[in-house]
Design a protein around this ligand. Structure first.
Ligand code: PRP
Ligand code: URA
Length: 206
């Protein structure tokens, strides 16, 4: 199974607080923001740079600067909680949106919204905190590829083995970066031990 799990101690602390059923939505949003910053730093390590000479007050310094633009696509709704971390870190970023919702009985996601820019030539981050069956992420990445995406990184907070296996099979070219790899899915296709419904906890819609 190809998946990169963040090992930073701060990431572990933030995941523990997100899992806690007593964490209220206002704190949840801050935790999600902080954790996404750590995830995105890891997800963008392969961003292209070029050499540039910069004049410091003392002398010339050979520096590296970014040459590759970024695109980011949050999967609505829960992925919205991860978006600001990316746009705060990076200036050259295009944003697309894909709305997907799982049916309560089948856990199969259907698309209700899609607005994507041309994604060619950019590193594309797909944001969704929960990779459960992997159905939502797999669909979303297929839409991104139709819009030109060539290099995609899936960024999530918690991944289930089932979701990782599905994404590895459907999109073997896509790197997965997560803060936790959990045990399994339950009968309703929720992640165990997980943290419940991320969107509901983020937006206070219990
Ligand atoms: C959740 C989550 C993912 C999806 C993951 O969204 O935010 O998008 O489930 O499950 P999967 O890997 O089995 O597809 P949900 O459908 O509950 O919609 P919401 O974000 O609007 O709450
Ligand atoms: N979506 C969630 O929000 N939580 C899960 O455990 C699975 C899908």
């Amino acid at each position: 199974m190809a998946v990169d799990v963040l090992e930073h101690p701060l990431a572990k602390q933030l995941v523990a607080e997100l899992r806690d059923k007593l964490t209220p939505p206002e704190h949840y949003r801050r935790l999600c923001h902080k954790l996404t910053t750590l995830l995105v730093l890891e997800a963008t390590t392969a961003l292209g740079t070029t050499d540039r000479v910069v004049e410091t007050p003392l002398e010339s310094a050979r520096c590296e600067v970014l040459i590759e633009g970024l695109a980011v696509v949050p999967i609505l709704r829960a992925g919205l909680g991860m978006l600001d971390s990316v746009t705060e870190l990076f200036d050259d970023v295009k944003v697309g949106y894909i709305g997907l919702e799982r049916a309560h009985d089948t856990a199969i996601a259907h698309r209700y919204y899609c607005k994507l820019p041309d994604l060619a030539g950019r590193l594309v981050l797909c944001l969704d905190p929960m990779l459960a069956t992997g159905g939502s992420a797999s669909q979303a990445i297929s839409f991104m590829k139709v819009s030109g995406a060539e290099r995609v990184v899936m960024v999530c907070v918690i991944a289930a083995p089932e979701g990782v296996a599905r994404l590895n099979a459907d999109h073997p070219d896509v790197r997965i970066v997560t803060a936790a790899l959990d045990r399994e899915l339950d009968a309703r296709k929720y992640i165990l031990p997980g943290l419940g419904d991320f969107g509901d906890r983020l937006f206070g819609t219990f």
